[in-house]
Design a protein around this ligand. Structure first.
Ligand code: LMR
Length: 324
């Protein structure tokens, strides 16, 4: 073998080894700020996955709709442009009607109840409800209960009649606002602040951490502690991509995901309420606690939504959620 051939072979072997040594790039995209339960969980996943699989994976986290916003991120996942996303459970109806159960108003008293349902057999089954569509659920992740905000003071649902409310892309939430005589408008999360500021919409519903980190309180007059629903997530991946990963990488990523979800959930439990105080401290929007009779009015006005979606969601799913 001539020296020239030897050198070329050595160079080719080196190039191949270099290519093989390239880490698998995993893009984790989401729409909220780093300083939220989901933002913290995503960063924790990066830390744990890269520590467990050094040189084998590189996790790139894109917060605040930087890479993809609502509406685009699911398509991007299926096209392989992003590998992990964690949409709110309100954003899956195109892929499975069952997850709409999480949007039913006043179904869950608190996040602990949501957790019990998610951990139940029925809740775990829902993680696999989109496999045929190419989506694999890696786990549920908490944010918190939703509060109602508007550009006027209000106590009971009839005070909001005729007002325009931004909602996530959910038909259940659309029905919920129609039930109280308001006008719901589906809008991507990244557009909400601008829409509130410019008066395109008058109000919205969200968790304390989302309201504070997006500064919604600066462009709203009042936030009422309605706790009428929940914003939680399913962390999902592209099933085909996931199944093709080498077994050791998949196992390492699974473990990192489980741990990162635990971490994000702890942030949700421990810090969720602290954002309420932060909002109060800004002295911008007024935060009001509602009386029991006022809350009863909200429940009564929104309850008809359940019957409307019972068929689509499934009585068995609703019953399992109620049982917790
Ligand atoms: C929203 O659109 O209001 C939320 O789903 C955003 C999020 O991901 O928490």
């Amino acid at each position: 073998m001539s020296l020239r051939i030897l050198v070329i072979s050595a160079l080719m072997a080196f190039a191949q080894a270099t290519v093989m040594a390239q880490p698998i790039v995993i893009k984790y995209s989401h729409v909220v700020a780093d300083a939220t339960p989901k933002g913290q969980a995503a960063l924790k996943f990066k830390e744990l996955a890269e520590k467990a699989l050094p040189g084998k994976v590189e996790v790139q986290v894109f917060p605040n709709s930087q890479l993809f916003g609502d509406g685009k991120e699911m398509e991007a996942l299926l096209l392989g442009d992003v590998q992990i996303i964690a949409p709110s459970l309100a954003k899956f109806s195109k892929y499975t009607p069952k997850l709409q159960v999480f949007d039913l108003p006043f179904l869950f008293d608190d996040v602990a109840a949501v957790d019990r349902f998610q951990s139940s057999a029925k809740g775990q089954e829902l993680l696999d409800s989109m496999t045929k569509k190419g989506i694999k659920g890696l786990g549920y992740l908490h944010n918190g209960m939703k509060e109602m905000s508007a550009n006027k003071t209000f106590r009971v649902p009839s005070d909001l009649a005729g007002l325009k409310f931004r909602i996530q892309s959910s038909d259940v939430l659309e029905a919920q606002f129609k039930a109280i005589g308001a006008n719901p408008q589906k809008l991507a999360f990244g557009e909400v602040y601008q829409a509130l500021q410019s008066g395109v919409v008058d109000g919205q519903e969200n968790t304390w951490s989302n309201i504070y980190t997006q500064k919604f309180h600066e462009v709203q007059k009042e936030i009422a502690e309605t706790n009428h629903g929940v914003i939680d997530y399913m962390v999902i991946t592209n099933a085909a991509w996931w199944n093709k990963l080498p077994a050791d990488i998949r196992a390492g990523l699974s473990k990192a995901m489980t741990e990162s979800i635990k971490y994000g959930n702890k942030v949700a439990y421990d810090e969720g309420e602290s954002y309420k105080q932060k909002i109060i401290d800004t002295k911008k929007a007024e935060v009001v606690k509602l009386t029991k009779p006022e809350i009863a009015e909200w429940k009564k006005a929104m309850k008809p939504v359940w019957a409307k979606f019972e068929g689509e969601i499934g009585k068995d799913v609703i019953a399992a959620a109620q049982a917790v």
